[in-house]
Design a protein around this ligand. Structure first.
Ligand SMILES: [Zn+2]
Length: 242
């Protein structure tokens, strides 16, 4: 395909794009993305196959999350052949962690790890994480009970929305089995459970919509001021990997 550097440069120039529609893990749909920068690596050793790696940083026009695209090309690939990889992986079923303004950092860590386990298909550990999170929430709210089932019932005292409790009881794995008896629940069931626990977190610890959506960042030029004044670490906390 390419014989000299000039031809290769022309070929690469022709492939340049600054806008495209990609699935956004955070927006949970295909959205317009804008390219913010790219880096091209050319492997062009004499006598060897010419290969190219292109890295592009895409930003979602909806939520402003970043996405790294790696495109691989070589001289024998067909015109329509594409070898694209995305980091983080595009996943229509992946959960992006939300921000809860009043959730203690220890519980936030468990919540995020449980979601990471789900996204990486470690369903047993995700289940254990969700249970640990529920235990932690009950402890945080000083709800007592012989076992997790009783504690979930105990949440009634602080929760006007009884649906959440009813839903939590629906998940067998939230019941009374010891952790060593945990069997992997079906991913669908686990996804529903994550949704219910997020409802609970939202109710008890208030989802920080602004932080979760990063809308404010669009309007501000510099780092956001926070109460703790640690703008940089706040940005890191507010922008977890989807
Ligand atoms: Zn998005």
């Amino acid at each position: 395909m390419w014989v000299d550097d000039e031809e290769l440069k022309d070929f690469l120039k022709g492939r340049e794009v600054d806008r495209k529609r990609l699935y956004c893990n955070w927006c949970k749909q295909e959205t317009n993305h804008e390219v913010k920068g790219q880096h091209v690596v050319i492997f062009n050793a004499p006598g060897e196959m010419q290969e190219v790696l292109i890295y592009r940083l895409w930003i979602c026009r909806g939520c402003e999350r970043g996405l790294l695209e790696q495109e691989y090309l070589n001289e024998v690939m067909g015109e329509d052949e594409e070898d694209l990889e995305y980091f983080p992986k595009r996943s229509r079923s992946a959960f992006a962690p939300k921000s809860y303004s009043k959730l203690r950092s220890e519980l936030t860590a468990i919540y995020r790890e449980a979601l990471t386990c789900y996204n990486e298909h470690a369903f047993i550990l995700c289940t254990a994480g969700l249970r640990a999170l529920l235990e932690g929430i009950c402890q945080d709210k000083r709800i007592k009970g012989r076992n997790l089932k009783a504690k979930i019932d105990g949440l009634k005292a602080i929760l006007p929305n009884k649906n959440i409790i009813r839903n939590l009881h629906h998940f067998r794995f939230m019941g009374n089995e010891a952790v060593h008896e945990l069997a992997a629940p079906k991913p669908d069931e686990l996804a529903l459970a994550i949704g219910v626990i997020e409802d609970l977190l939202n109710f008890l610890y208030e989802m920080d919509y602004k932080a979760s959506r990063l809308r404010e960042l669009r309007r501000s030029n510099g780092p956001k001021r926070t109460k703790s004044n640690k703008a940089e670490s706040a940005t890191v906390t507010l922008a977890p990997n989807p």
